[in-house]
Design a protein around this ligand. Sequence first.
Ligand SMILES: Cc1cc2nc3c(=O)[nH]c(=O)nc-3n(C[C@H](O)[C@H](O)[C@H](O)COP(=O)(O)OP(=O)(O)OC[C@H]3O[C@@H](n4cnc5c(N)ncnc54)[C@H](O)[C@@H]3O)c2cc1C
Length: 408
Amino acid sequence: MNVVIVGGGIVGLATALAVKERQPGARVILLEKEPDCGRHQSTHNSGVLHAGLYYRPGSLKAKFAVEGIRRMTRFCEQHAIAHQICGKLVVATTPHEVVRLKALLERGTANGLRGLEWLASDALKEIEPHATGLAAVRVPEEGIVDYAAVCAAMARELSNLGGTVRTHTRVTRILRDGNAWMVLSTAGEFRAHHVITCAGLHSDRVATSSGEDREIRIVPFRGEYYKLRKSAEYLVKHLIYPVPDPTFPFLGVHFTRLIHGGVEAGPNAVLAFSREGYTKWRINAADLADSLGYKGLWGFMRKHRNMAWQELRRSFSKKLFCRSLQKLVPAIQESDLEEGGAGVRAQAMRSDGSLVDDFHLIEQPGIIHLLNAPSPAATASLAIGSHLADRALANESARLAACTISKT
Ligand SMILES: Cc1cc2nc3c(=O)[nH]c(=O)nc-3n(C[C@H](O)[C@H](O)[C@H](O)COP(=O)(O)OP(=O)(O)OC[C@H]3O[C@@H](n4cnc5c(N)ncnc54)[C@H](O)[C@@H]3O)c2cc1C
């Protein structure tokens, strides 16, 4: 059996590994357009291991985050990858947020998280002396990790198992070929009984190239970070998050300790003019036209006009960014912040302007597209990969059964 995986981010790598583990005899080829795996979302992120506090019970996100963090932690231990389960605090700063925080605690409990703890403001101070809030929830299972090292270890493991990674290989079209598929790329054609696409910021385009319609599209949202100057790092001991706005899928600017030292603050969420644009002024005409020509984006802007405007202002104003951070840690000053990096989120949107909240797949015989894999997909990658491999192999059994019936 030939299996082609498109996209060498953390999810594509985990999927290729899962296929090879289940079917050691399968010929597994992973195609990645960049010179290396993991060059986009998988390494332009906050480096947090999320345990599944936020997600609707029963959703794929809830299921895969809880399973995923435990598997990712084991993977890091087995491969000696730097990680630390330092715990996270979600802090409510208004009475309204206290109500929402209680609902989050119930959600996390329903999702099966272990050791969740409600903290009054004094108890919060004992753990994070410089954070201020009316109450907090402590999530002890969460932590930080080096996702670049995870991607490198996954690629090594895949090649140890006999899988192949082809870099510098951009997939341009995927065509049906009898009861298999032909994957066309800048480095030639690959025939596959199964194709699984995990193309992140280009997942909608890759899906369309195999004939899917474009009802759902990726809209890129850049997330910008500041770094705390060394002199201010003492203000943050662990991970400090606000209570998220339930109408928006992003978590709000927060403080994250980095696995190799330092503290980051962010990310915000602003519309990006380029799907792989890591600076404010990086514009890609095709990406911009794609976003602006999509009626879903205009519907989204109408619904979230205020929030979009505030995010844009905060992107250009360090003062406003700092003010958001001061809600959590009042002692932070503008002078404590220096510009950090950025990542671009691949967020799927429907044509009515609503955001696709959960992980989202499209399946046809012999092909699966992972269309929406936003946070916490890095944490959950091993669980998502197993799910995709299981779906593909169930599909393969059905295909073989159909071949047998047609031969008899
Ligand atoms: C700012 C930010 C912060 C985040 N923080 C966290 C966090 O702390 N914890 C967490 O769990 N998650 C976090 N996430 C989310 C997480 O990073 C992503 O959900 C995850 O990395 C998605 O992985 P992926 O493999 O699907 O996508 P990607 O890593 O984007 O990989 C997709 C790959 O497909 C390749 N590709 C695309 N098109 C083609 C083509 N035509 N041919 C060949 N190859 C192609 C790309 O080059 C890329 O390598 C964050 C994301 C962002 C942007």
